[in-house]
Write a protein that binds this ligand. Sequence first.
Ligand code: COA
Ligand code: AMP
Length: 634
Amino acid sequence: MKKLYDEVYRESIENPEKFWAKEASKVHWDKKWDKVLDVVDGHYRWFVGGQMNTCYNALDVHIDQGRGSENVLIYDSPVTNTKKIYTYNELRDEVAKTAGMLAASGVKKGDRVVIYMPMIPQAVTAMLACARIGAIHSVVFGGFAAHELAVRIDDTRPDVILSASCGIEVAKVIQYKPLLDEAISLAKHKPSACFIYQREQCTADMTAPRDKDWKDEMTKAQPADCVPVDAIDPLYILYTSGTTGTPKGVIRSNGGHSVAMKWSMDNVYDAKVGDVFWAASDVGWVVGHSYIVYGPLLAGCATMIYEGKPVRTPDPGAFWRVCEEYKVNQLFAAPTAFRAIRREDPDGKWAKKYDLSNLKKVFVAGERCDTPTLLWTKQITGKEVLDHWWQTETGWAIVANPIGIEPLEIKPGSPTKPMPGFDLKVLDADGKECEAGKLGNLVLKLPLPPSCLMGIWQNDERYKRSYLDYYKGYYLTGDSGYIDKDGYVWVMGRMDGVINVAGHRLSTGEMEEVVASHPDIAECAVIGIDDQLKGEQPMGFVVLKDGVDTDHETFVKEVVQLVRKEIGPVACFKIATVVDKLPKTRSGKILRGTMRSMADGKTWSVPSTIEDETVLPSIEQSIKELGYPIKDKG
Ligand code: COA
Ligand code: AMP
């Protein structure tokens, strides 16, 4: 008899090693593991002694099973009017040649390769090519500026960087190569080679002998075979925002990742061999890593590379057109995408124009999904919309509706229940477990299941400080929330300075560091405020140095430009104001929470710890002048 969720979950918590060893048998291993789980100094290592290759499991294994001529990668680019479909054979050959191109330039197992690419098939072939030869890829999202790329280059120290001449944002051609050149000149570490994919929308200037034309090199490349790697060898490093300005390089290993990806495709998404799975994200984010590239391919599904937006490319029917045209079975996107469609097509007229009969379910994650958006999406698609909660560090859902095991009742606003291996607890500030319904820190009892972070690249101290030191024996997710009496999890928001803008995780601390670097600024605060479209957006408050006499409007524009230049357009830092003083506690902590409540139009009160109460009215006034109505003090 099929096991139901409660039983599956209990087994995974009571005996994680038995549970995951069974799941691991579904992956192709070159050598079976010696030990299922090993703990060394706070690091949980799954399938120690095992050897496998992630690219082999993603591509070659399906070809060996006779599926070589089936479609696997669909590229649809409304911004360039291009469509291309790859079969397994075609994709494998392209990946093997790309791997050969890298190997010929000296890249070998364990070397790092930075990938800074738009949403074109070569972004996928680049990642898989690294996996094929055991190199560790680190993909940097295209919306980050040169400085951010430089920080990641210095941290990963890549031998080779893979990039393209440009990306296309609706109708704007964004030249990537000048950003790459600037990043390399800013970075202390210099790569020995850059392979540039020249796109017809713009041709990049090349710097000899470092820069190589990707297409030319591919004509000379010899296909490379899969190299067996240890299960605990890193597959990739992916940077994510934390409390401070320096991003954290999350390390994901090969073996555990493949095991968890396969489990989640089957049980979280109920995706079967041959399904068309579309995660409408970008390869630069964890959603792109897990569910554009690895998850679908490991599970034998076809995947989509969509170079466009939910709206404006060319209309709010874009998602539905793609679903019909490619018979998409699972659609996964950030709630922001549906809010954007809803804003332009509130009655869902565009959805009605297309045949969505192949679509089984819609999945949302990346940010809190508000109930109206969830219900609207359900209404216009006629499909269940399933929220699930996870983060870059885990690589797959901590909490979801396990439809592949047993579909649970949907409570809008809750991502449902913990997935196997995630022993989720809610703890108060003293480390005591909260009763049902009481808000606290969402934490995971160790060990974490396979695919969760092995550590922070080059920074073990930060790994322990950020995640493990807060509560002994638990991993701190950074989110607050509660578990209700039915065992449903409710995620309420971050406990740190991390904000979610259009499903993109950003650090207000990092923005503050950039703003504060302006020579005329004495101090500043950046907070996240509610935004109807993007969920949250940053708002900056700056205090000028004594004696600085400047036109505030022009000054604010300069600060906005500074953040765009240093972090990138993805930061969406557009609102800022000059104030005389920041509200602080007597111990000097900026009262960000109070400022946020004011800007969000929520009831707020004067904290008893405030240093100088007279500062608040001027902050109130500044927020009002920015166009945000303020509620009276509670
Ligand atoms: N390369 C270069 N620039 C990029 C970029 C990329 N890959 N991605 C975004 N940008 C730029 C945009 O052009 C925009 O610049 P602008 O300030 O000059 O207009 C800025 O970064 C902000 O981008 P975005 O947040 O995408 O805003 P938008 O107004 O262009 O589009 C939405 C709004 C709602 C359509 C868009 O945010 C969206 O599709 N959201 C879904 C979120 C998502 O998929 N998240 C992934 C995590 S699951
Ligand atoms: P990222 O690492 O970029 O995937 O961002 C992870 C963070 O996004 C989480 O820690 C949450 O704060 C937030 N998040 C992701 N999914 C959800 C969700 N379904 N509901 C609420 N918050 C979410």
